[in-house]
Write a protein that binds this ligand. Structure first.
Ligand code: C5P
Length: 339
């Protein structure tokens, strides 16, 4: 007889190929239109039965992840329990405690939604461990309560996100694999602080706030080409990016990358301008800050070009380390147990 001790789930990091941010809402969040894209940099999350809930974090940046009930993965576990107890689900029996072990490869506070990925993985792991049987649409609803990027980490692929980012529509795109280079920064950025910096830049009188983004070449994307401007009342999906994705041509996708948070991230972390400029000079098809940063993302024409770019970027001394990844990849999946 096999005794099932735990369930392990592998979950990817995300990039935002477009991140259009509206004005702040009454609840402090910002309405977004974003194009999420899951890439092959994974955390692994294991859920095991335990007397009471607990968490262990190992790997990349583990010392900077809260190992208590404030951890997003444990908040996801609590949200799943609450959903199980709800009238629609009607689980009468408490499933008991769980110990979550997170093996991190996605850097912490890097703009790659690593914390959200771990939360999504914890949901999938406990759904299996406790035999809950929630469908993916039901898990997506629970995920949306836990954080803005959690639902996408469940879904993966390439998808348009609206609302806070939690309302998802998968993007129909050909099965092109894109080759990306990630340049990890020596430092972190806090997502709320980057959003607040964007609000300040937009509120500043014209001409006083624009210096942050001007020095970058225009092909880094629309958000990089000009000064920080008042955002649109309703952010809009970039038709140019969507048609580039439909074409499957990396060159067109590279030109269409954009991130409204980039000027704000650059204002808080000016060294990133050098990193972005270096990648473009070294032949990247496009460059942008990942989400709220400070990771910088470069699109390469092929796996070989990505390798060249990664080697050159590491040699240029403009980042802490680099990784080559491909996308899109699927969202959180259970790792089969070895026999
Ligand atoms: O939802 P999540 O916890 O990932 O968001 C972290 C922070 O990022 C929020 O507290 C908020 O300050 C900011 N945020 C935002 N608008 C969004 C998503 C996040 O202002 N759509």
């Amino acid at each position: 007889m096999t005794i099932v001790t735990g369930v392990t789930v592998r979950v990817p990091a995300k990039l935002n190929l477009q991140l259009a941010v509206g004005p702040p809402r009454a609840d402090g969040y910002h309405d977004l239109v974003t194009v999420f894209h899951a890439v092959s940099l994974f955390d692994e999350v294991t859920a095991e039965p335990a007397g009471r809930d607990g968490i262990t974090v190992t790997g990349e940046g583990a010392d900077r992840v809260p190992a208590d009930s404030g951890n997003l993965a444990l908040r996801a576990v609590a949200a799943l329990r609450a959903a199980m107890a709800g009238p629609a689900a009607g689980f009468a029996v408490d499933p008991g405690g769980v110990h979550i072990t997170i093996a991190k490869r996605i850097p912490v506070a890097a703009g790659l939604a690593g914390g959200s990925a771990d939360a999504a993985a914890a949901l999938v792991a406990c759904n299996d461990l406790w035999d809950v049987g929630f469908s993916q649409p039901r898990l997506l609803e629970v995920a949306a309560q836990v954080g803005s990027d959690v639902a996408f980490a469940l879904l993966g692929g390439t998808a348009v996100g609206r609302g806070r980012g939690e309302r998802l529509t998968p993007a129909l795109a050909p099965s092109t694999q894109y080759h990306w280079v990630l340049a990890f920064a020596d430092g972190q950025l806090s997502t709320p602080e980057v959003y607040a910096a964007l609000d300040r830049l937009r509120a500043a009188p014209a001409g006083s706030a624009g210096g942050t983004a001007q020095a970058l070449p225009a092909q880094a994307g629309p958000a990089q080409a000009g000064p920080a401007q008042a955002g649109p009342a309703e952010p809009d999906l970039d038709a140019g990016l969507m048609s580039a994705l439909r074409s499957g041509e990396a060159r067109l996708v590279g030109r269409a990358l954009s991130n409204d948070l980039q000027p704000a991230a650059l204002s808080l972390f000016p060294a990133l301008r050098k990193t972005l400029a270096a990648g473009l000079e070294l032949g990247a098809l496009g460059a942008l800050v990942a989400g709220s940063g400070p990771t910088c993302v470069f699109l390469a024409a092929s796996g070989d070009r990505a390798l060249d770019l990664a080697v050159s970027l590491s040699g240029a001394g403009v980042c802490r380390s680099v990784a080559r990844v491909t996308g899109p990849v699927t969202g959180a999946v259970i790792v089969p147990r070895s026999k």
